[in-house]
Design a binder for this molecule. Structure first.
Ligand code: FAD
Length: 480
């Protein structure tokens, strides 16, 4: 057995990161002309995407930025809140939000502390460990994040955007650009099937709700769906002592192939957003129709319990309260439960996002004129926002809400226009790069007069005037 070097420790890793950044001249020098009391960019959300976007802005010399998150520090995103899996689905070696800096990767962070042998032994990344890594990422880059701060309103103010903010320090914040890194439910909320609407909330929860699983002990639980969250919630209920957990799955077969992983490449990352509409639609439509399977480990975590049952081809027709329990009519017949968990995903329905009520009616969606070809709509695909090249919203009616050109949709809802570069771990650095290039170009263009005036005003000589002599007099003498 070869002797492996001992872990270098976080201090040495951080020193290495600092040196790498020096070698690359990062962060770039600040270059955006300041405006009193105005942020250049505010990022809403300090989950992985918000942190990557904030870091990339600062590395690009756009430094008057802040990320705001409603959650307390260290509790942003799903990882230690409603994510009920044990490990990430993503492979451990992904470069994730490291923005091209090797010392900023999860792998560097992990091996610095626990070494190469532990890395080899690690299968998937425990979800809490991923959160700890993101906390380190934020600290080591010294990112400006205000936690316990919820954005509750967005309004136009001249060429600026005003945010109303509640929480630690209620305030109004003026900004030139706004990035919505608000996560999976970022432009809407939980997708709740029609058959559950109106049913007393004592009897059901969405999988992303804060569920007290201890009260499910001894109860008959139904979980709708066959995705990762269905399995994770079912397993958590079983482990909490549920009497039984029935998986109600509409499909005739379990989805078994994670299609997009089969063609994952830099071609997909950089090429998808430039494809014609019909091709973008075809890819998203096909992957939605074939559905991402739950991870094998999550499925086994459920099926290892004798009191877990999988019902396929089991569509739900209606749900109602009956004698203190749920009476569920399914395509397989009636069933009775004490509690139901709807692992039914998220939606772009702005009704779930009052903070965006001012902009929502003006946002152009795919249904407003994109050319999706002849594939059918899957789960409201046509309601996805129709974004510009830097994730900026576009107006439904030109001139009705010009600030949309400076509001960037850097969350899952961007997928149909941009591919998967603003939600999941694999391509988040490429997404942050695309976003920040666009914002940098827009800020530069908006300030072009100042930059030109600075060009004219710049008068630091490179030559001192003593480096040469003017030979013109000699020429005159010769020709005289
Ligand atoms: C259960 C679960 C498991 C997942 N597992 C994986 C995985 O293994 N691999 C993978 O690549 N992806 C996974 N994902 C996808 C995952 O969502 C992303 O990888 C990651 O969380 C995306 O980061 P984000 O910053 O876009 O969103 P989030 O991490 O959700 O962060 C959004 C943040 O925005 C804040 N916010 C929202 N609205 C406001 C507001 N109005 N004011 C202030 N703050 C606001 C929220 O508080 C939140 O912290 C998983 C998702 C879920 C739900």
């Amino acid at each position: 057995m070869t002797d492996l070097p001992p872990p270098e420790g976080l201090d040495r890793l951080e020193a290495r990161l600092a040196m790498d950044m020096t070698l690359l001249e990062l962060p770039a020098k600040p270059w955006v002309p300041g405006r009193e009391g105005v942020r250049d960019v505010v990022v809403v959300g300090a989950g992985m995407c918000g942190l990557a976007a904030t870091a990339k802005l600062i590395l690009t010399g756009i430094t008057n930025v802040v990320a705001l998150d409603a959650a307390p520090a260290g509790r942003e995103g799903p990882w230690v809140t409603f994510a009920r899996m044990q490990t990430l689905r993503s492979p451990k070696q992904l470069a994730g939000p490291s923005l091209g800096l090797p010392a900023l990767t999860f792998r560097a962070w992990f091996t610095a502390q626990w070494g190469e042998a532990a890395w080899d032994a690690l299968d998937k990344i425990p979800k809490d460990m991923w959160m700890t890594y993101l906390v380190w990422y934020r600290r080591v880059l010294d990112l400006p994040v205000a936690n316990n701060t919820r954005v509750t309103g967005v309004e136009a103010e001249g060429d600026l955007i005003t945010l109303t903010v509640e929480g630690a320090k209620p305030a109004r914040i003026l900004t030139r650009h706004l990035v919505l890194a608000t996560g999976r439910s970022g432009l809407g909320g939980f997708a709740v099937p029609a058959f559950l609407q109106g049913v007393d909330r004592r009897y059901w929860a969405h999988s992303a709700d804060d569920i007290d699983f201890t009260v499910l002990r001894g109860k008959r639980v139904a979980v709708i769906g066959a995705g990762a969250s269905s399995m994770d919630n079912a397993a958590t209920a079983l482990e909490a002592g549920a009497d039984s957990v029935d998986m109600l799955i509409r499909r005739k077969q379990m989805p078994r192939i994670n299609k997009m992983t089969g063609i994952g490449s830099q071609g997909v990352v950089h090429g998808m957003h430039l494809l014609p509409d019909a091709w973008k639609w075809k890819f998203v439509n096909y992957t939605a129709a074939t559905q991402t399977p739950p991870p094998r480990s999550s499925t086994l975590r459920v099926s290892r319990h004798a009191n877990a049952r999988f019902y396929l081809d089991c569509g739900i027709v209606s749900v109602r309260e009956d004698a203190g329990e749920l009476l569920v009519q399914t395509t397989q017949g009636p069933m009775r439960f004490d509690f139901m968990i709807a692992a039914t995903g998220f939606t772009n329905d702005f009704g779930g996002r009052p903070e965006f009520a001012n902009i929502a009616p003006h946002i152009r969606a795919w249904s407003d004129g994109r050319q999706p070809g002849d594939c059918p709509d899957q789960r409201g695909m046509s309601e996805a926002p129709d974004l510009g090249p830097s994730f900026e919203f576009r107006e439904k009616r030109p001139g009705a809400c010009p600030m949309l050109a400076r509001i960037h949709c850097f969350n899952d809802a961007a997928m149909l226009t941009h591919g998967k570069v603003s939600g999941d771990i694999p391509a988040i650095s490429a997404g942050a790069d695309r976003l920040v290039r666009g914002i940098a170009a827009s800020l530069f263009a908006a300030d072009v007069e100042t930059h030109f005036a600075n060009l004219i005003a710049f008068d630091t000589p490179e030559l001192q005037g003593d480096e040469w002599t003017d030979s013109t007099p000699l020429l005159k003498e010769r020709t005289a």
